[in-house]
Design a protein around this ligand. Structure first.
Ligand code: C5P
Length: 258
């Protein structure tokens, strides 16, 4: 892409989650999808997008299998004049895993995209939309989909009430978006945002579910581009079934917007 010629972009892949909700008994990034570990799909999608000059992958500490996967793809990418792939030990929370990867980003990098390894089928077009918006001057940009369900906020009830929770509000659906990754940032801005989180309590830190939240806390505008239904986050066995079907069905080939 033209935009990535002017910017030097690193892509951080957070792959250090346990994946307990998938119930495979191995870290989520190792769970097979279409016969290959999920992380392989995520990395191949990033390589196919052509936006990265470096990829930094946060994996569970001491996971030699994921380290080996990154090593093989790194050798493959080097042979094709592709980006360098570096591996770091992730942390106990997603935000800690991102912070560890940010520390490994090469000097001269101007922008960073943070991607969940748990979104293995993100089409290259989503990467391109995020990068285009960064190139147009956004300091932070995130992909999103309109929400189809009515969403409500709830509070726990007291003992003796007829159900465990009670509705406390109904935000207007037309203003709600489901947020995906890759989330793109000016690197200096994201570093500042993560430094701002340093004083948080452990509970606050664990509640950081994406990087844009930290940039919002700085008061900087966070822009939104169109995401993709293919970019689903694989969390439950149902998500995995859907992703398998997407790979085999008319939505293949992977990573291309359909
Ligand atoms: O837990 P959740 O599904 O929100 O995780 C989103 C992404 O963050 C996943 O790709 C997961 O591997 C990553 N993660 C991480 N380090 C953690 C927790 C989650 O890299 N400690």
């Amino acid at each position: 892409m033209n935009e990535s010629v002017q910017m030097k972009i690193a892509v951080v892949v957070v792959a250090a989650g346990s994946g307990e909700r998938l119930g495979h008994g191995v870290p989520k990034a190792r769970v097979p999808l279409g016969g290959e570990p999920m992380l392989v799909h995520s990395l191949r999608g990033i390589l196919a997008s052509g936006v990265a000059s470096q990829i930094a992958v946060a994996i569970p500490a001491d996971d030699e299998i994921l380290r080996g996967i990154c090593g093989s793809l790194s050798a493959e990418a080097a042979g094709a004049q592709g980006p360098e792939i570096v591996v770091v030990d992730g942390g106990g929370t997603r935000a800690e895993s991102v912070a560890a990867a940010l520390a490994a980003i090469a000097p001269g990098t101007t922008a960073v995209l943070i991607h969940d390894a748990a979104r293995p089928l993100t089409p290259v077009e989503v990467y391109h939309r995020v990068v285009k918006s960064l190139a147009a001057g956004a300091l932070a940009v995130i992909p999103a989909l309109a929400v189809v369900d009515t969403v409500k906020t709830v509070t726990p009830t007291a003992p003796g009430e007829p159900a465990v929770e009670r509705v406390s509000g109904t935000p207007g659906r037309s203003q709600l978006r489901a947020i995906q990754t890759p989330q793109g940032f000016d690197l200096a801005t994201l570093r500042r945002a993560h430094e701002g989180a340093a004083g948080m309590s452990a509970a606050e830190y664990a509640a950081i579910t994406d990087d844009a939240m930290l940039v919002e806390a700085l008061g900087e505008p966070v822009y939104v581009v169109h995401g993709s239904p293919h970019s689903l986050k694989i969390t439950t066995p149902t998500d995995l079934l859907l992703a398998e079907a997407m790979l085999q069905g008319p939505l293949a080939p992977r990573w291309i917007e359909g």
